[in-house]
Design a protein around this ligand. Structure first.
Ligand code: PRX
Length: 639
């Protein structure tokens, strides 16, 4: 047993789970005792779901970076903390030991301080997957600033919305980012966003691609110049700012069923304990192992299982700048081979896309270092699960199917590798501290085996969302009001005769496209911005690789252009408003949408048509104009 709180048998799991539910304060208090606190908490847990008010370890004082860096220096100072593989395999990789990472985080914390960043300030980070992104995130945490990382695939408009919502006055970015064959001009996108954000005081720009950028006097500074200033002062350590366990660590924007993404707020203490606990237990991490999580740090998976979980545990985390299919579809396997990766954690979309290239790219790659495989982000289908098991894990690596969300901070339902049973396509059993239940439409609990319903959680775990930034009521209505006294996940699930959970997908108007969460209302708003569009309705449909594709029904009144061109214009509009990740896969022009007499769009019908399941449209007699369904059906775009 490598960590005092590492579970090492199925019985051990059962005991831990039972204790965590009977006595959550005793259970989590003991685990939290293994971390570095400047002052112990006053109370482990204080909560109600009505407001909601959720406070873990309140009164406890800490800085998460002392747990991720300082406390490892003595024993692990020369061990690799981050291994970085560049986009271009010809370029040199980088390894940062704990000592080096500590040094660089301190150095950049000084830069932030010198540029006026203080505790509680919001700092937006918009960078590619380079070590400086990890350094920027950790430096924010060290000075007590609240980081808000924005994925590189979001547009200027999306960035501006997030900057305005968080009132972020500071930005850390790069000139550009390399992704596969592309070179993305990040600073240009930031410049476009800043037209609408005059309150931004400072932009710090790291040089990655040497693409031309405009640096505005008084606002924009180069990362390298600022580091140089700290060097001339002799690189003093930056004393970590003391935070309360319930002070905000970060904001991460995610999509819901309304048109506007919400800023999910996580705090320092509970998030630290939960990400570490789940990392060490789900993956059964052993010291010195190389953990390769392929997510982008712009998403919660990267926050929790590239940065805070592995670093808190003194582990080695591999960060990859590129994409799985460039320069060829063997890239993941080259990386596993090159660094002797032990744990590979990726998304079903990536597996499905690599499956499409056959077994050729796997040939000649030594995958014998792999011990554990993981998936996250969307339901995994049987075929992909077995391909992963057979061809990547060679049938000797347990697969953990980890279900969780931006709002949950860390893994909620998953088998623990090699410790608890696994079942293809099932996330299986809850983590200790997590009590899932299924409810029907009326909020009545559905008990028993082989049943399905809406997935809720009964009481708080340390990584749970605390609020939505600047709008607590939104947090309450989104998660805590559908079913009183419960946290509602937005997912549907079924439970088998073993009590194992299988997540079947979202039951609200949220799509999961290639593991990215996108609200249908957001896409509709973007489509409706196009001058010729009268109205639109967006639904998901099953997509072989992406899991779900985006199907848009559009009423168009514009006069010029042929359909193909108008489609391109609409797609371009969505790309500008949200980002390329939200581009519709299919756009069908319609003359009307199926609406009830009260004007509500019947998405159920549109979903069925998009899926091609026109036999089971259900009762359409309540529609204002039932004929419209037949018209839409005739114009359906096949897949
Ligand atoms: O629908 C579930 C799906 O992803 C949603 C959460 O998305 P996001 O907040 O972006 O976080 C993704 C990474 C944690 C969930 O509501 N989801 C996540 N993991 C799984 C999953 N669906 C099925 N199986 C999973 N393992």
């Amino acid at each position: 047993m490598s960590y005092p709180y590492q579970i090492n048998s199925f019985d051990d799991y059962k005991t831990a789970w039972a204790k965590s539910i009977e006595d959550p304060e005793g259970f989590w208090g003991e685990i939290a005792g293994h971390f570095l606190w400047r002052k112990k908490w006053d109370k482990v847990l204080d909560w109600n779901f009505k407001e909601p008010r959720i406070r873990w370890f309140a009164g406890g004082k800490l800085n998460i970076t002392e747990n991720c860096l300082d406390r490892h220096l003595e024993k692990l100072g020369s061990e690799p903390a981050i291994i970085w593989e560049p986009n271009n395999p010809e370029e040199h990789h980088r390894i940062l030991t704990y000592k080096q990472l500590y040094f660089k985080v301190n150095q950049f914390a000084n830069v932030l301080h010198n540029n006026g960043v203080k505790k509680g300030d919001r700092v937006c980070i918009y960078m590619g997957m380079i070590p400086e992104l990890a350094i920027a995130v950790l430096a924010c945490a060290r000075v007590g600033a609240i980081h808000s990382v924005i994925f590189g695939g979001f547009s200027a408009q999306s960035i501006a919305d997030r900057l305005q919502d968080a009132k972020a006055e500071f930005i850390i970015t790069c000139d550009g980012a390399f992704r596969g064959a592309k070179d993305i001009p990040l600073k240009n996108v930031i410049d476009d966003a800043l037209i609408a954000c005059p309150f931004v005081k400072r932009t710090i720009v790291f040089t990655r691609t040497r693409t031309p950028v405009s640096m505005i006097k008084g606002r924009d500074v180069w990362w390298e110049d600022e580091i140089h200033k700290v060097e001339t002062l002799g690189n003093p350590d930056f004393p970590a700012v003391e935070m309360d366990a319930e002070d905000t660590l970060f904001i991460l924007y995610t999509s819901g069923s309304t048109g506007k993404p919400k800023g999910v707020v996580h705090t320092c203490g509970g998030y630290m304990v939960f990400t570490n606990y789940t990392f060490v237990n789900t993956f059964q991490y052993q010291p010195e192992e190389v953990h390769f999580c392929t997510a982008d740090i712009g998403w919660i998976t990267g926050h929790s299982y590239i940065l805070y979980g592995p670093l808190g545990a003194g582990g080695t985390s591999l960060m990859f700048e590129g994409i799985p299919t460039w320069p060829d579809a063997g890239r993941f396997w080259d990386i596993v081979d090159k660094y002797r990766v032990n744990i590979l954690y990726t998304a079903p979309t990536a597996i499905r896309s690599l499956m499409g290239f056959g077994l050729g790219p796997l040939q000649g790659k030594d995958l014998s270092s792999l011990r554990i495989l993981g998936t996250v982000g969307e339901p995994i289908n049987e075929e992909a699960w077995h391909w992963y098991d057979e061809h990547v894990g060679k049938r000797r690596c347990p697969i953990v199917d980890t279900w969780w969300q931006t709002e949950t901070g860390g893994i909620m339902i998953s088998n623990m590798a090699g410790i608890t049973p696994s079942k293809a396509t099932y996330a299986t059993l809850p983590m200790p501290g997590v009590e899932p239940l299924l409810v029907d439409e009326n909020g009545k609990e559905i008990e028993g085996d082989n049943v399905s319903g809406n997935l809720c959680i009964r009481s708080p775990w340390p990584g749970i969302i605390r609020t939505t930034y600047g709008d607590h009521e939104r947090c309450r209505t989104n998660y805590f009001s559908a079913y009183p006294e419960l946290y509602f996940t937005g997912d549907g699930a079924l439970r088998d005769e073993n009590g194992f959970y299988r997540i079947t997908g979202r039951v609200d108007d949220v799509l999961n496209v290639s593991g990215h969460r996108i609200g249908t209302a957001e896409v509709e708003n973007a489509i409706n911005m196009h001058a010729g569009v009268v109205e639109s309705a967006v639904v998901g449909y099953p997509h072989e690789i992406k899991g779900q594709g985006i199907y848009a029904y559009v009423i168009y009144s514009g006069t010029h252009g042929d359909e193909a061109l108008i489609r391109q214009d609409i797609t371009h509009t969505v790309s500008r408003i949200i980002g390329p990740i939200a581009k519709p896969d299919k756009i069908q022009f319609v003359t009307g949408l199926p609406k009830t007499r009260s004007g509500k769009i019947m998405r159920r019908i549109l979903r069925k048509i998009a899926e091609g399941d026109t036999e089971h449209l259900g009762d359409i007699s309540t529609l204002l104009d039932p004929d419209v369904v037949e018209q839409i059906n005739r114009g359906r775009l096949s897949h």
